[in-house]
Ligand binder design. Sequence first.
Ligand SMILES: Nc1nc2c(ncn2[C@@H]2O[C@H](COP(=O)(O)OP(=O)(O)O)[C@@H](O)[C@H]2O)c(=O)[nH]1
Ligand SMILES: [Mg+2]
Length: 365
Amino acid sequence: MNDAPRFVMIGGFLGAGKTTTIARLASHYRAQGKNVAIVTNDQAADLVDTLLLRAQGFDVGEVAGSCFCCNFDALTGTVESLSAEQRPDVVLAEPVGSCTDLVATVIRPLEQIYDQSFDIAPYGVIIKPSHGQKILGGEGQRGFSPKAEYIFRKQLEEADFVILNRIDELAAEDVEKLAGLLAENYPDTPLIRLSAKSGQGFEALQEFVELQGQFGQRVMDVDYDVYAEGEAELGWLNCQAVLQAAEAMDLDQTLMQLLNSLHKSFVEQEVEVAHLKVIGMADGVYAVSNLVSNADQPVLSLPSAWSGSQAELVINARVATSPEALERLVRDTLSAVAENTAAQIQVRALQCFRPGRPVPTHRLP
Ligand SMILES: Nc1nc2c(ncn2[C@@H]2O[C@H](COP(=O)(O)OP(=O)(O)O)[C@@H](O)[C@H]2O)c(=O)[nH]1
Ligand SMILES: [Mg+2]
């Protein structure tokens, strides 16, 4: 690595495993004594990813309210603010999971316009096996519209390397089947097989991230109408709430009750979830649960083993339905869970919308 901070951006669709991978990379660099900064990104404030990464002691800046590509100056400003006290050796960046064209709108502008030079790492894009099977393997389109599929394919097309994640859940032959599909579709793109969760394959990822050379060169044609319509198919909800009970409640259990109820509502109303994540926070401890598709089950990704009478919740949901329907569904489910658990849930802030048309600050084809 040279003196300029290494800029490592890890892309991929909603729920692919970006935050989990970035946390693992950050721990790895921290263990090497390096100074690590992380930048998260979302269309609105109250990000579960930011809270989760901060809970692990990382220095996290957040670009909220717009994606990196459409608010390039907020990205560079956030990196500068993280550098104010101590210059990072590595900047890890997680773009919004429904964004693409990031080489032309983020990586190249960083290289060519931004005056503080970065040492740009190869751009890795993570793929979740079930998405790969559905889209590349043609296993039915359930939950994926043609426009969402367009975004998914574009994300892979611009990658310097692809990371096939969640191999802990796959048989070796299924990993190879998917690797074959990826090689067919993206013959010039190297593939890494990873479990961001268990760490299997992490060494290969780390070696890739450290490669030196010219990266972020795969600029592509993008139809911004299709891209915008694909993004706008999702309702986006970020919510902050306080959970209060007369008697001690088990935070992990309450979180899972909430996720299970939301999952049930999504299935009943036939609206496909792209990613639902909830963090519960109390007395400096954290519990996180995730749901990454209707076909999956909610998982408690970070147990807190905490019980008590008051906790804060942050909910992020990206669901293929209208913002109005999503807000109603979440509010109704929160009320039902409160009733069943004899707790009170008070919503403190709630934003629900469709992402607007992406209008990049810079686009350098
Ligand atoms: N089994 C398994 N689960 C994973 C793996 N990587 C991520 N996950 C889970 O997938 C969910 C979404 O991961 P996250 O990193 O938040 O995805 P992001 O939306 O791309 O940032 C979480 O519940 C993670 O714990 C993996 O390698 N194996
Ligand atoms: Mg994330």
